[in-house]
Structures are given as C-alpha cells and as structure tokens.
Design a protein around this ligand. Structure first.
Ligand SMILES: CC(C)(COP(=O)(O)OP(=O)(O)OC[C@H]1O[C@@H](n2cnc3c(N)ncnc32)[C@H](O)[C@@H]1OP(=O)(O)O)[C@@H](O)C(=O)NCCC(=O)NCCS
Length: 224
C-alpha cells in the first residue's frame, strides 16, 4: 500500500447496477440536494448546513486526497442513467499499516435497494486489489440500523464498541443540529442510555455530538 497518487479508472468502477466515479463540477447541485437530508449529517461527519460552498470544499479535499494517495471519495451513480445515488469513500489510507476507513451516504430516494452495499463492496474490492489495503474499518453508531445492515451485508465483522470515539457533525453547535434534525427533539430523547452516559463532559455539561461507535472491519479474505 503506497501513498502515491491514486489512479482511479476514468471510466469508473461498475457492477452493472451502480457505477463509482470521481466528483465533477456538474455534480455539485445534486450533491447539495442529496445532503440536505438531515439523516446524512445526523450519522456522518458531513457538515450541516450544507451548500454549494461545502460541496466545492469536499471536491477540493477529494482532489487533494487522491493526489496524495490518502483519501478516495467517489460518487455512486446509476450504471445506466448516471443519476446521483450516493457517495462512498476510503479515508486515511495508511501505507505503513495497510489500513483505511470507509464512509458512505445514499440519497433518500435511492435507499433500500442495495446502493450502499454495492458501492461499498466495489470500493473495498478496488482498495484491496489496487491500493494494497489489508483492512477497511467502519465506525457506525449503534442506533444506525440501516448502516449496520449495510456493513454486515458487505461482509464486515463487528469487533466492538469504541466509547466516546468520534465527533459527529462538524460545523454547527449541537443545539442547532438537534433543531434541524428534529423540531420535536424526540430523536435526542431516544438516544441509547449508554450514549447519554458516555457523552457527559468533565464539567457535567453533556456533549451530545461525541458518540460511541461500533467498530467493523473487512479483510480481503472476507470478500471470498
Ligand atoms: C445507511 C445508508 C447509507 C444505507 O443506504 P442504502 O442504500 O439504503 O443501503 P442498502 O439498501 O444497501 O441496505 C440497507 C439495509 O438496511 C435495512 N434498513 C433500512 N432502514 C432500516 C431501519 N430503520 N432499521 C433496520 N434496517 C433498516 C434495509 O432493509 C437493508 O437491509 P437488507 O440488505 O437486509 O435488505 C443510508 O440509509 C444513509 O445514507 N443514511 C444516512 C447516512 C449514514 O448513515 N451513513 C453511514 C454512516 S456509518
């Protein structure tokens, strides 16, 4: 596994149903529309609010990550129609340890038909085959049942709970994020007790944006 520039195929990677390809300028409006769904910042590190500026910033980060060989963000599009369905990325490609993490989101209208599972499978296979990755990690909130299903369907193994592991949601204060995610605030009251306990700060003020995460991993041999 090297930190050389990643030479992602110009035609993308496809399984005949979905295609992974790099981000183009013309994708930015569709990315902004998809990411406006509060479920995405709720469970990922995608900033909220999200506009064209954030999409452009993500595109720039993608370009520099690919050039430095550290990150590979791709879009998942329909193999036939080319419509934007979601995104899947490898992050933190670590040449010394052959390790990286993966992340993904799918546009609300495209969920529940295997888009995330297919996209994740394609990108992990590419990482193992072309980038000498030996282990892909996923960090998933215990409450994110759809993502847990995706991980298991893609062949990942659950390894354990990482307590108070990650700050989710970047650019807004937790209070603002809660308001936009759920005007009733019901979602926050439904947080698992374990999450509420471990997110308490030393001052006694609860830091709700720190989350426990389940660690999953995929090794090349898990793909069969
Ligand atoms: C998680 C997410 C990417 C899944 O995308 P998707 O394309 O719908 O995923 P898939 O269709 O491949 O698989 C979804 C699975 O979850 C199941 N599922 C969906 N919602 C569910 C729920 N609320 N409870 C339990 N299972 C659920 C589906 O039935 C399906 O299971 P199956 O393969 O056994 O049929 C999508 O919901 C999303 O973008 N969520 C917000 C961002 C996010 O959570 N990203 C991941 C961060 S770790």
């Amino acid at each position: 596994m090297s930190a050389r520039p990643i030479e992602f195929p110009a035609a993308g990677l496809s399984d005949g149903v979905v295609t992974l390809r790099l981000i183009a300028d013309s994708d930015l409006p569709a990315i902004v529309a998809a990411v406006s769904d509060p479920e995405i910042p709720r469970y990922t590190r995608v900033p909220e609010p999200y506009g064209e500026q954030e999409a452009r910033r993500w595109q720039r980060l993608a370009t520099s990550g690919i050039a430095s060989g550290t990150d590979l963000p791709t879009l998942i599009v329909g193999a036939e129609g080319g419509e934007l369905l979601g995104a899947v990325a490898l992050h933190g490609l670590d040449p010394e340890n052959g390790r990286c993490s993966a992340g993904y989101w799918v546009a609300a209208a495209a969920r529940g038909r295997g888009v995330a599972r297919r996209g994740l499978g394609l990108l992990c296979r590419y990482g193992f085959g072309e980038l000498a990755v030996k282990r892909v990690e996923l960090w998933i909130e215990p409450a994110n049942l759809a993502s847990l299903r995706v991980a298991e369907a893609a062949g990942f193994t659950r390894e354990g709970l990482l307590r108070s592991y990650m700050q989710i949601g970047g650019s807004q204060a937790p209070q603002q994020r809660r308001t936009s995610a759920s005007p009733s605030g019901l979602r926050d009251r439904s947080q698992a007790p374990q999450q509420r306990r471990t997110s308490a700060s030393p001052s006694g003020l609860r830091d709700r944006s720190r989350r426990d995460m389940l660690m999953y991993s995929l090794l090349p041999q898990d793909l069969g």
